[in-house]
Design a binder for this molecule. Structure first.
Ligand SMILES: C[S@@+](CC[C@H](N)C(=O)[O-])C[C@H]1O[C@@H](n2cnc3c(N)ncnc32)[C@H](O)[C@@H]1O
Length: 280
């Protein structure tokens, strides 16, 4: 049996860590003593998937806070809906706007699906029908948007994606509380970024929420993701230099990647990791 090796999430998800695959797998090797991986901010579950593939004997706990696994369960229906939409948008060239008549017909198919199934994966629909990076979370939001023909040709596929993962759905603090004292636990800490890309995420994050996350990095094995936009790493360095506080990033390995959002916007993605024994 050949197992599919996922390097990106099977359904669209903003903020998935697909560009970090190689470095992430290398970082995992710094934690040979860890037998459980706890993905506190699981999102699409991609880090959990990659961790399980790299460490098949470890327990991997994927915290699905956004209902991504529900989207995966609905995937056959989502594919079927896209299959019905495809002939409607076919007369429109790729990435071009749908005229009013076709737009109405597409929206009617979505309404019908919502009536029949009681659930529609609006994030995946958004990736198929909205301008790049735009997302609608429900029918009302979709109805307000200009629609485009951005459907991809092949159906979505998620065979085996959740195999071997333990899925939970809870606030990261509750999950962390259960595992925090375990020296054999490795925490994956990829919180929503400060003021970026938070539209499709559940809830709203303020500065103190980002600071609270730092509690998960004190005296634990961790791999933490951030970007230079949040400047939390700099803040911790400043506090350490100017006040008698412990900096959770002291001694951590730091890797960076440049990211272009569009021609006008550029930032640096950062991954930091530190095994528990390396406390100096
Ligand atoms: C940057 S994304 C994680 C992306 C993920 N690593 C991936 O590769 O797909 C941050 C996630 O944290 C979730 N989140 C927000 N508040 C949370 C909370 N209180 N507890 C757990 N997860 C939360 C967001 O909904 C979002 O899915």
């Amino acid at each position: 049996m050949t197992q599919k090796h996922y390097t990106q999430a099977p359904l669209p998800f903003q903020g998935q860590k697909r560009r970090w695959g190689k470095e992430f797998r290398q970082a995992l090797q710094a934690f040979p003593q860890c037998t459980t991986v706890v993905d506190l901010f699981g999102g699409s579950g991609l880090l959990s998937r990659m961790a399980k593939d790299a460490m098949p004997h470890a327990r991997v706990i994927y915290n699905d806070f956004d209902g991504y696994t529900r989207r995966i369960a609905a995937l056959p229906r989502t594919n079927a809906l896209l299959e019905r939409i495809r002939p409607v948008v076919a007369p429109v060239p790729e990435n071009k706007r749908l005229p009013a008549g076709l737009r109405d017909r597409v929206l009617e198919l979505v309404r019908q699906e919502e009536r029949e199934a009681g659930y529609v994966d609006y994030v995946t629909l958004s990736a198929s029908l909205l301008f790049s990076m735009k997302y609608a979370n429900n029918l009302a939001e979709l109805e307000r948007e200009t629609l485009y023909n951005s459907l991809r040709q092949s159906p979505y596929e998620a065979t085996g994606y959740l195999d071997g993962l333990e899925v939970v759905h809870e606030d990261y603090r509750a999950l962390f509380a259960r595992w925090r004292h375990r020296p054999d636990a490795l925490f994956l800490v990829d919180p929503p970024y400060l003021s970026t890309d938070t539209h499709t995420y559940t809830g709203y994050w303020r500065l103190r929420d980002y600071l609270d996350v730092l509690h998960t990095l004190h005296g634990t094995n961790y791999i933490y993701f951030t970007s230079d936009k949040s400047q939390l790493v700099e803040l911790c360095g400043w506090l350490e230099a100017n006040h008698p506080v412990a900096n959770p990033f002291r001694g951590a390995v730091r890797l960076e990647r440049g990211t272009n959002v569009n021609y006008a916007s550029r930032y640096t993605d950062i991954m930091l990791y530190k095994p528990l024994l390396n406390t100096d």
